[in-house]
Write a protein that binds this ligand. Structure first.
Ligand code: SIN
Ligand code: CO
Length: 395
């Protein structure tokens, strides 16, 4: 993607300008971000999707008693005359190619930050109530109209005792009616409330941002696995292939220790030994890369692959050849320097220019010069990915 080219999707801003001036800073309303937008899935399709076990869904409704929430799957949603309810299907990008492609229009932001595309359907009056999210979101109107009210208020206190997050004091500052193709970008913590005006569908492109605690714990877990792998124990989650690191195989020694009259007291020598042992562990960028590469490519439970019956053997092809390789919508492929991570694992081959290009473009043209640089080992790895349904060959 050319990040210096104005995008209709961003109201004529370039991705570079949007990221500099709006991302994580201020809301942006974009009329006709996708002119003539028609979502690939209908309201009926979403009604069907939320009946499925593998789709994470919830329903929120409001009545005289207040707010209610239920987790899916739902055998049946309310009928056409019922008002004030909404049903939300999470990660629809895992279930529909066109929805995944729509989400990929936002890849001017790193894959590591993109989370999922959620679709909500609502009857007149339906919505999730005034709330704030901790993440950035693009709210794209799919079907019908929605009345959005937003506020940059600092009072983010919540109504206590409710099954969902509802702001106690929502003070509307701006409001807009969104029609199909209109989009509203909201940075984290901007209060918002979207109420359906008649039957309505809204698509939310959501982002993820780990907490410091998640990052620290992940890095410590990677260090733990590195230690165990270098002792020859490969049972750890991050153990294979082992990252070079200290071999902490010496046992504690205390020759010359005097006899004790306080046997219950922890020996200071043991305390110091523990601190000394951990100081041998180096928290390097490679260790962080190992943790993040594996963690960020981990597949959600809803990611299901459909391996082909007659997979292509890339050894048999003499390159360049017609056709291309395309990553399956559920595949997660990330790299940093030479390291390549796919679907929760370290890839067996380093991230060559051809493999990095496959990760960035999510496709590799087999007729390209880059494809001719694929080594036999890389072709072998790609063939295995095709066999698993992670990568598709199309002519
Ligand atoms: C929606 O109701 O579709 C959007 C939910 C949200 O405001 O985050
Ligand atoms: Co929200």
């Amino acid at each position: 993607m050319n990040i210096n080219e104005p995008l209709t999707l961003l109201g004529g801003l370039t991705p570079e300008t949007f990221m500099r001036d709006y991302w994580q800073r201020k809301p942006l309303l974009i009329r006709q971000a996708i002119p003539g937008f028609k979502p690939s899935l209908s309201i009926e399709d979403i009604r069907e999707l939320v009946t499925r076990e593998e789709v994470e869904s919830r329903m929120i409704w409001r009545d005289a008693k207040g707010w209610h929430m239920a987790q899916g799957p739902f055998e049946k949603l309310p009928g056409p005359r019922k008002k004030n309810w909404t049903a939300l299907a999470q990660s629809v990008d895992l279930h529909d190619d066109a929805t995944a492609e729509l989400m990929h229009q936002f890849r001017f932001i790193a894959d590591a930050r993109l989370d999922d595309l959620m679709i909500s359907i609502a009857a007149d009056g339906g919505g999730v109530g005034p709330h704030f999210d901790s993440y950035d979101v693009f709210l794209l109107q799919g079907v019908g109209k929605r009345h959005w009210r937003i506020s940059q208020q600092t009072d983010l206190s919540l109504e206590p005792g409710l099954p969902l997050k509802i702001l106690k004091n929502f003070q509307v500052e701006e409001d807009y009616i969104l029609e199909p193709g209109d989009m509203l970008y909201l940075p984290p913590h901007v209060a918002h409330d979207g109420i359906a005006l008649g039957d309505c569908m809204t698509l939310s492109i959501g982002f993820r941002a780990p907490t410091q605690a998640t990052l620290a714990c992940g890095l410590l877990q990677a260090a733990n696995d590195q230690i165990m792998a270098n002792l020859g124990d490969c049972s750890g989650l991050y153990a294979e292939p082992a990252l070079p690191g200290p071999v902490l195989d010496e046992t504690y020694k205390d020759p010359g220790t005097p006899a004790t009259e306080t046997p219950a007291r922890l020996p200071e020598g043991l305390i110091n030994s523990a601190l000394q042992a951990v100081s041998a562990v180096k928290f390097t960028p490679e260790l962080a890369e190992r943790f993040l590469g594996q963690w960020l490519t981990e597949l959600p439970e809803a990611a299901l692959f459909d391996p082909p019956e007659d997979p292509v053997d890339l050894f048999e092809l003499s390159l360049p050849a017609p056709g291309c390789l395309v990553l399956d919508r559920c595949t997660r492929l990330l790299y940093r320097n030479d390291s390549l991570f796919i679907n929760g694992d370290v890839a067996p081959e380093p991230a060559s220019a051809a493999l990095r290009s496959l990760a960035d473009a999510r496709r590799l043209d087999l007729n390209s010069d880059l494809a001719t640089t694929l080594t036999p080992e890389e072709r072998c790895m790609l063939t295995a990915w095709v066999e698993d349904g992670w990568l598709r060959y199309s002519t």
